[in-house]
Design a protein around this ligand. Structure first.
Ligand SMILES: Nc1ncnc2c1ncn2[C@@H]1O[C@H](COP(=O)(O)OP(=O)(O)O)[C@@H](O)[C@H]1O
Ligand SMILES: [Mg+2]
Length: 376
């Protein structure tokens, strides 16, 4: 029996450890097979990257499809973006196959510096040209080259909203133009920041408007998660009572990372018959361990923002931040102060605003912080 913790909290470890997402997987595979460009929206830590990894794993056996994944969260400008894409391409093709050799030759003909990442040992491609036309040209050549090969390419660009922070202003137009010319390449644009992603894809004045099909990733349904948790413990000859699983789902509000993390911690305790008291103890322990981080958050926010955060946590889901009742009970000052406070918390990603439901609401992002604030 596998000794590693079956509740994965980092990366993707295979379909045995992956809960549900069957419908989304089918849809995504279908889009890829039909070369439909997709935007994948969801809150942070809900499972976007996991879903892409899962789908790419399934497509691995298809020799006609090459999947390339790049995460651009760490990039700050067009040069870094292109370097990241080139690195993704460079690493996606096995260098011992003829196509891999061709790709490497093509990249090398563009004269990059190829170095090795100190930690992972993976090759990193860096182009040094400072001129924007030159950079765009490099990107165009790479895409065009890929598109001429006898394979379909799927390009997943994770944390795509990051392009809005680049100093170059025409990057969307540039990308869109190049994307349009490709015949055998499908793009998956993935992003957590709802507002920024909407700005790129749903604004009629922008280059990407109406260029992709939107896929919203929702919370995993409770019945699916309950089954997954029970089944996973059972594989290790452990049982968990229904009320204990219910408690976990409720405590973490089914926000994937927090649910996974909870079960991961619980698993390490090596209890054979898990009951409600065990999960309550685990909950308290998790909050205790995270407490120093919560105090750090407090130091990073203004007194007003912290008070606002606490008020939102207590409401769990806040529908009307400008309601008189809410403002006076929580002593938040004027409606304009509330508006500014919420704006700041949204920007800092301490709070999210869910607009994909009939009645939009605000909620504290970090479920453990939310539970901890509720006890204060
Ligand atoms: N369907 C799933 N089943 C089990 N664990 C998942 C699932 N989706 C995501 N995870 C785990 O949850 C955490 C957050 O998921 P991630 O894909 O990184 O979220 P996002 O990219 O939306 O921020 C990761 O640790 C990942 O391993
Ligand atoms: Mg991610």
């Amino acid at each position: 029996m596998n000794k590693c913790n079956p509740f994965v909290i980092q990366g993707y470890k295979g379909k045995t450890y992956f809960c549900d997402r069957e419908e989304e997987t089918t849809r995504l595979v279908d889009y890829i097979n039909n070369q439909v460009n997709v935007t994948l929206f969801a809150f942070r830590r809900l499972g976007k990257t996991g879903l892409i990894r899962h789908v790419f794993e399934l497509l691995k056996s298809n020799k006609k499809i090459v999947c390339i994944y790049v995460d651009i969260l760490g990039t700050n400008n067009l040069t870094e973006f292109i370097n990241q894409l080139a690195t993704g391409i460079y690493n996606a093709f096995p260098p011992n196959k003829s196509l891999g050799k061709k790709i490497i030759e093509t990249i090398q003909s563009l004269r990059p510096i190829i170095s090795f990442d100190e930690l992972s040992g993976n090759p990193t491609v860096t182009f040094n040209s400072a001129r924007q036309e030159q950079q765009a040209n490099t990107m165009g050549q790479l895409f065009a080259f890929l598109d001429q090969q006898n394979v379909n390419v799927v390009f997943a660009i994770d944390e795509f909203q990051q392009i809005l922070t680049y100093p170059e202003k025409n990057i969307e137009a540039l990308l869109r133009t190049q994307m349009q010319q490709l015949k055998k390449t499908t793009f998956i644009y993935c992003g957590s920041n709802q507002k920024m992603m909407h700005e790129i894809f749903n604004s009629a004045k922008r280059p990407f408007f109406a260029s992709c099909t939107n896929l919203y990733l929702d919370f995993i349904p409770k019945e699916k998660y309950v089954l997954f948790i029970g089944k996973t413990f059972k594989r290790y000859k452990k049982t968990i009572t229904d009320d204990a699983v219910d408690f976990i789902c409720e405590f973490t509000m089914l926000h994937t990372f927090y649910t996974q993390y909870f079960c991961n911690r619980l698993f390490t305790k090596n209890i054979d018959k898990i009951n409600i008291n065990d999960v309550k103890t685990t909950a308290l322990e998790i909050l205790k361990v995270q407490e120093p981080t919560f105090y750090q958050y407090r130091n990073l926010l203004t007194v007003g923002q912290w008070k606002m955060l606490k008020a939102i946590a207590k409401h769990e889901r806040l529908y009307q931040p400008n309601a008189k009742d809410f403002i006076t009970t929580n002593n938040l000052g004027s409606p304009s102060m509330v508006t500014r406070g919420i704006e700041a918390l949204l920007t800092k990603e301490m709070v999210f605003y869910d607009t994909a439901v009939e009645k939009p609401y605000y909620e504290v992002y970090n479920k453990y912080l939310m539970r901890w604030l509720q006890t204060k």
